[in-house]
Write a protein that binds this ligand. Structure first.
Ligand SMILES: [Fe+2]
Ligand SMILES: [Fe+2]
Length: 192
């Protein structure tokens, strides 16, 4: 299974967007003053890390094994997929229960790495972002990323990959909803 140039272009775009998401959620989770928000951001950051891995797997010509129950996604070659498809297993990435420990460790490394760099918000010499601004920035980011996956889903030829991308898009929607909920709870969100 070969990816078209166009598909590869979308994947590269998705990869850099997910890297940005991982960096933002990781950094912001350490910056915010609200503990509840901090753990929410940490958790979403782990999803973004998983998205990044999934996108990288697709770029390497693998079909992400999104239906496996937790653990690191092993992935399989495209060729193997058709053999497995007979089972009618629906692709669900929701099964993210297991492998949490491993991911946690990974995130910690990432955080340390991220922390040693210059602070994202204060590097301009201005005020650090407050919790509300951080939520707004993340919501904007999620909107953009969901839009990217939506377009990519239309452009991909392989139906399984379309499902994978649509599923990631669904998860981005869910992140936005979590952020919205938190903001509404604080009275920060004005519906237009
Ligand atoms: Fe993501
Ligand atoms: Fe997201």
């Amino acid at each position: 299974m070969q990816l078209t140039q166009k598909e590869m272009m979308y994947l590269k775009d998705a990869k850099s967007q997910e890297e940005l998401c991982v960096a933002k959620y990781t950094n912001y989770s350490q910056q915010v003053s609200c503990q509840q928000l901090s753990s929410m951001l940490k958790q979403i950051g782990q999803h973004e890390q998983k998205h990044l891995q999934t996108v990288q797997q697709i770029m390497q010509g693998q079909m992400p094994n999104v239906s496996s129950s937790g653990g690191q996604q092993q992935g399989m070659q495209f060729g193997q997929l058709s053999a497995q498809q007979g089972g009618g297993g629906s692709m669900s990435m929701q099964a993210s229960g297991g492998g949490q420990g491993q991911q946690q460790q990974h995130m910690q490394h990432q955080m340390q790495a991220g922390h040693s760099g210059s602070g994202m918000s204060s590097s301009m010499g201005g005020q650090p972002l407050n919790d509300k601004q951080i939520c707004e920035d993340l919501l904007t980011t999620e909107k953009a990323v969901a839009g990217l996956y939506n377009t990519a889903t239309f452009e991909f030829t392989n139906p399984q990959l379309r499902q994978v991308l649509a599923h990631i898009q669904q998860e981005e929607q869910d992140h936005a909803y979590q952020l919205y909920n938190y903001m509404a709870q604080k009275g920060w969100y004005q519906a237009q």
